[in-house]
Structures are given as structure tokens and as C-alpha cells.
Design a protein around this ligand. Structure first.
Ligand SMILES: [Zn+2]
Length: 462
């Protein structure tokens, strides 16, 4: 038999998978209107199911669950279990995975041998992410998990589109997908999904030179955008600057924190609903913006978030937390239970104007490691962002920490002397003199190889 084209085989399996996603979306959209008690009840049942399954099939989790009885476990009682960190994942991979026939070496082999996205014979998808901490992770998602995660990623938009299309009739929807665009990152399979009848999708690799991204977007003329926050933000700035004619009706951002400068540019350029998504390769999707109210709705039916202190004990909603732990209720192949996400979240009080009872977190500002440390002195990323993110002539930037200051790369047409002066003023309170800062105009800022993400802040390696 002739060698099968791996792309064609993948697309056939994926097409079947996407029908499952669209079928399940109806249920997921309905959940957004669930009353509080129903969310709580569902979540408890899902937690008991996950703990029971993990105890049976994962030696790692069996030891941790110990004498906690899955049949009577509660969300509040979850704090009795130890937390799980990235080092556990790498050191204990083979004892965590619950699917027979695959181990870390086998998952690595799938990644090494695949020339395109693929499914294993048992239907798993294997992904990897560079990780901003520099530790590479390998993850497996089973079929049902992918369906759930895709629904979490798209249900808010789907709900809003149903309401909108009832008002103004169906239009030919075209979705531009500005994600990694290739294996091994999970972003493309998760976001390249046509959720509306007749919707067509176009994948445009986010890490391509921006000229190419701009050209491709202009050609596609999308009605909907989904992509890395920094790339969508930069497209918005191009529209404001008159370099691009683009009028999407809905925008979805993910993979990077949606910074103020990008959100402002998107609002100025289009003034349309923005659905920001906070996710991770480990859990998948943790929270998504509804496009109406402030912040992001936690996916409370499928994810349990705990704000905890340094030792893993939950803290009250108003108190500062040191870590955010997540339990992914849909993750059976490789369970993450009380997993340290490394992000800080703030709970928003009250019910959202959209009416959903799903609780909200404030926009995720970014990781703690965005701040630069010089000995005892901490310089917040905001001190740079305040200058670099608000100059309309800067379309992209990167700040690299040096021994005593920073090297700043800017793309666009800023007055480098002015930028330097303003940075000097902004950083002086933190003890960084203007002389310790350099600013260079460059054509392009390289993106992280494994994920295609942009690192705006690069701390000095110690
Ligand atoms: Zn809402």
C-alpha cells in the first residue's frame, strides 16, 4: 500500500472530532445559564469521578489521594490533597499518565516522528510547549477532553453569535486563526474551529514575519479573528495607523496575557466584543471573557481554581494569594489535580451583566516573572509598558534585562531619543538611570521557537 499522506489522514479524523465539538456546544452554551446550585452539583460529581478514576489508573495520584474517599469528596475538601508542580510532571510522567500503552518516551517519539498534527492509534493528541519558565512539557489530550476544551474555548462566542444572528441574519463568516500554525503547540487544533454554519477558517502562523501576517489577513478579509493577544493587538494598531483595512465583528485572544495596550488598540480599531481566554497546555482552558462584562468567567463546570498561600492552603477571596492551583475535571488521560499554574488571579465580586452565574477573575496581567529583579530592587514590567505600550509609533517591543538596566528593542517608527528620555523618567524611581538603558529600532523581534509566542519581557538569566 502506498504511504498515506499524514495530513489527509489527520484531517479525516479531525473532521469527525469537530462534529463532536459542534454537537457538544449546544450543551455547553446551555451551561452558561445554569444557576449556581446546578454548577456546584455538576462540578462535585465531575470531581468525584476524576478522583476515582485517577486513584484507580494513576499510581502518582493514588498515593496522593490516599485515604480521601472519591465517593464523598468535595470541592472544599480538595485542599487535603498536596499540590502538584511542573517538576512533578516531568519527574513522574509515567506514573501520572492513565492511558495504557503510552509513556513519556512514547509521547516524545510521537512528537519526533510526526510531520504534522496527529492522533495516536488510541485517539490521543500529543502536544508540547516551550513554557515561559524554560521547562519543556509534553502533554496528552484524549478525545473527550479535546471536545470539552474546544467547547470551553468557543461557547461564549457561540452564545453571542446565536443572539446576534437572530437579529441580523446569517452572514458568511470567515475566521482568521493567528496561532502557532504547526505542531507541537496545541493552539492551532484548539482554535482552528468553525463553530458557525458555513464558517470558513484560515490558519495564519502568528510567528511569521509581520509583513506576511498583514498580507495574509488582508487577503483573507476575516469577519472573525482568533489569535495570540500581541498579534491581534498589532493588527489593530495597523488598522488605526491606516496600514490595514479590516472590520471583524468579533475578536478572540489567547495564549498571551491581553495587555492594556493591546486591548486599547483593539477597542479603538474595531469597538467589537473581545473574548479573552486564559489557558495553559496543562489544563487547557481556565477562563474566558463573555464579551460583555469585565474580566473572564472561570470555566467552573470543568475547572476548579484555588487561590492558595505558599504552603497550598486556600485563602479568602479578598486576601492576596501566592499561587493559583487548577484541577482540570476533563483531563483523564493525564490528570492535573491541584496543579500550580504560576499565574496570579483576582476574583471579581458580583454577577456579570451577561447574566451567567459562572464566577469571574480579573484580566490576567501576566506572570510574576515579568518583573525584573536587580538584587533587592524590583522593577515592575509596568514601568516599561507604560512608555512602550502607549507610543502609537511603536508596533511591537521587547525588553531584555541587563546587569544594571535594560536593552529595549522596538519595531515601528518611534523617535528613539524620545523613548529613551521617557524610559529614563519612568525608571528613575526604581533606581535605574537612563544611562543603563539602550533602545534599538529593529525590523522584527524573534518569537519563541517552540510556541511562536512573543516574550515582551526577558529577565536576565542567573
Ligand atoms: Zn459575563
Amino acid at each position: 500500500m502506498a504511504q498515506e499522506d499524514p495530513k489527509a489522514a489527520y484531517e479525516r479524523l479531525r473532521a469527525a472530532h469537530l462534529h463532536d465539538v459542534r454537537a457538544a456546544l449546544t450543551d455547553h452554551v446551555a451551561r452558561l445559564a445554569w444557576p449556581r446550585e446546578r454548577i456546584d452539583h455538576y462540578r462535585t460529581e465531575r470531581l468525584r469521578s476524576l478522583l476515582g478514576f485517577a486513584r484507580e489508573r494513576s499510581a502518582f495520584h493514588a498515593a496522593r489521594i490516599g485515604d480521601v474517599d472519591p465517593a464523598t469528596a468535595t470541592v472544599d475538601g480538595l485542599a487535603r490533597l498536596p499540590m502538584m508542580v511542573k517538576q512533578d510532571v516531568n519527574a513522574e510522567w509515567d506514573r501520572i499518565v492513565t492511558v495504557p500503552g503510552i509513556d513519556r518516551a512514547g509521547a516524545e517519539r510521537v512528537l519526533a516522528e510526526e510531520s504534522w498534527f496527529s492522533y495516536t492509534p488510541s485517539g490521543l493528541q500529543v502536544f508540547s510547549s516551550g513554557g515561559s519558565s524554560g521547562v519543556r512539557g509534553v502533554y496528552v489530550w484524549d478525545r473527550e477532553q479535546f471536545v470539552t476544551l474546544a467547547c470551553l474555548a468557543w461557547r461564549w462566542q457561540t452564545r453571542a453569535e446565536h443572539l446576534a444572528s437572530a437579529a441580523d441574519g446569517h452572514r458568511q463568516a470567515r475566521l482568521a486563526v493567528l496561532e502557532a500554525g504547526e505542531p507541537p503547540h496545541a493552539s492551532t487544533p484548539l482554535f482552528d474551529i468553525a463553530t458557525l454554519p458555513g464558517m470558513v477558517t484560515f490558519v495564519i502562523p502568528a510567528a511569521a514575519p509581520f509583513d506576511e501576517v498583514l498580507r495574509a489577513v488582508a487577503e483573507v478579509r476575516p469577519t472573525h479573528l482568533v489569535g495570540y493577544a500581541s498579534v491581534v493587538g498589532r493588527l489593530a494598531r495597523a488598522v488605526v495607523a491606516g496600514a490595514l483595512d479590516l472590520r471583524p465583528v468579533r475578536v478572540s485572544t489567547n495564549s498571551e496575557p491581553l495587555g492594556e495596550e493591546d486591548r486599547d488598540a483593539i477597542d479603538t480599531a474595531w469597538g467589537v466584543p473581545v473574548h479573552n481566554l486564559w489557558g495553559s497546555t496543562e489544563i487547557g482552558v481556565q477562563a474566558v471573557g463573555c464579551g460583555q462584562g469585565e474580566g473572564l468567567h472561570i470555566c467552573e463546570d470543568e475547572v476548579i481554581l484555588e487561590r492558595v498561600d505558599a504552603s497550598g492552603r486556600p485563602v479568602a477571596p479578598g486576601e492576596p494569594a501566592v499561587r493559583t492551583l487548577a484541577t482540570g475535571l476533563a483531563g483523564r488521560a493525564f490528570p492535573f489535580i491541584r496543579y500550580d499554574l504560576g499565574d496570579e488571579v483576582t476574583l471579581l465580586p458580583g454577577r456579570c451583566e451577561c447574566g451567567s452565574a459562572m464566577r469571574r477573575v480579573a484580566d490576567i496581567a501576566g506572570r510574576r516573572d515579568d518583573d525584573f529583579r536587580y538584587g533587592e530592587q524590583v522593577v515592575p514590567a509596568a514601568a516599561f509598558r507604560h512608555v512602550l505600550g502607549t507610543d502609537p509609533r511603536i508596533s511591537e517591543y521587547q525588553v531584555r534585562q541587563t546587569t544594571a538596566g535594560a536593552e529595549v528593542l522596538v519595531v515601528g517608527t518611534p523617535d528613539v531619543g524620545d523613548v529613551l528620555t521617557e524610559l529614563g523618567v519612568s525608571l528613575r524611581p526604581y533606581g535605574i538611570p537612563a544611562a543603563a538603558i539602550t533602545v534599538h529600532a529593529v525590523e522584527e523581534i524573534p518569537r519563541t521557537a517552540a510556541t511562536g509566542k512573543l516574550r515582551r519581557f526577558v529577565p536576565r538569566q542567573r
